[in-house]
Write a protein that binds this ligand. Structure first.
Ligand code: ZN
Length: 297
């Protein structure tokens, strides 16, 4: 375990539209996406301004679908000095794809990012952390396509994603020193369970003092606080889709608090990009190795 590497804070932004979340699939299936109002520029611009104000550089995992339609957004993120990662092309739940479909989606996403001017993409994050145990072999596809790290594993119990038995700290996927580096999302371990806190609905709904306590605790346990946020969480005029109950809570609950919490975190944290953290981990060496099955097709 790389406790030799002091953890810092990392802001990650999943750059996608307000309708890309899997909670919206029933209301906004992919064939309707081009007819919906696209607002990614608004939330991304607000995020970039917040980061600039605090001189923080972040990692933006950009959806290929969005890069294809808004190459100017990608260019602006790069111009402001941030790292670009890949968030798939069409926002699939990865565990529903065959290995061939997964490879094609990744290739299409990389082509969209290249067309927007980004040739080198080190990091990948699966939509909704959906790279689950049944498709762990897909990590080899990421390496084959040139990715050097992955941020898709959330070691928690969740009805749609997550893998509570997975390591909570970074590991190499295989013995090769150039093996893909897996960097799991941070969790709070209590009563034998891993609980999430560091982004999305969890961060929006937790009171700031609780969030702050958990962040400090994660760092004390050798985990960086990898925050994840979406442009639509910073968009005050995001369209409302016809939802109710738990779905609304997950996708919109506590939204008003997100800019405020992000501002507080940016003011007091010590930040680096995900790529920089990966480089520090590799340089320190001694990373645990985990073997996952090979790809079969
Ligand atoms: Zn996403």
């Amino acid at each position: 375990m790389s406790f030799a590497v002091t953890p810092r804070d990392i802001v990650t932004v999943d750059v996608e539209e307000w309708f890309h979340g899997h909670n919206y699939l029933d209301h906004a299936p992919p064939e309707t996406w081009d007819d919906l109002e696209q607002r990614v520029e608004v939330g991304t611009a607000r995020c970039l301004d917040l980061l600039d104000r605090h001189r923080v550089r972040a990692t933006f995992f950009v959806l290929g679908w969005t890069a294809e339609r808004h190459p100017d957004v990608v260019a602006e993120i790069v111009r402001r000095g941030h790292e670009i990662g890949c968030h798939s092309f069409a926002h699939p739940e990865v565990h529903k794809l065959s290995v061939g479909e997964f490879r094609s989606d990744c290739q299409r996403a990389l082509a969209a990012l290249a067309a927007a001017g980004v040739e080198q993409v080190a990091g990948y994050r699966a939509p909704s952390f959906s790279l689950t145990p049944g498709v762990h072999s897909y990590l080899h596809v990421l390496r084959e396509l040139g990715f050097t790290y992955d941020s898709s594993i959330f070691p928690i119990r969740h009805p749609r994603y997550g893998q509570p038995g997975s390591p909570r700290h970074p590991f190499l996927v295989g013995d090769d020193p150039d093996a893909l580096l897996e960097m799991p999302m941070p969790t709070w371990r209590v009563a034998g369970q891993n609980l999430p806190f560091s982004g999305g609905g969890y961060m929006r709904l937790l009171p700031w003092p609780v969030y702050r306590f958990l962040r400090r605790r994660a760092r004390a346990q050798g985990q960086p606080c990898v925050l994840y946020v979406h442009p639509w969480e910073l968009d005050d005029h995001r369209p409302q889709a016809g939802q109710s109950g738990l779905t609304t809570l997950r996708s919109q609950g506590g939204q008003d608090s997100m800019p405020r919490k992000l501002e507080k975190l940016l003011a007091e944290g010590e930040f680096e990009t995900m790529g920089e953290y990966a480089a520090r981990l590799r340089a320190a060496g001694g990373l645990p190795v985990r073997h996952v099955p090979g790809v079969s097709a």
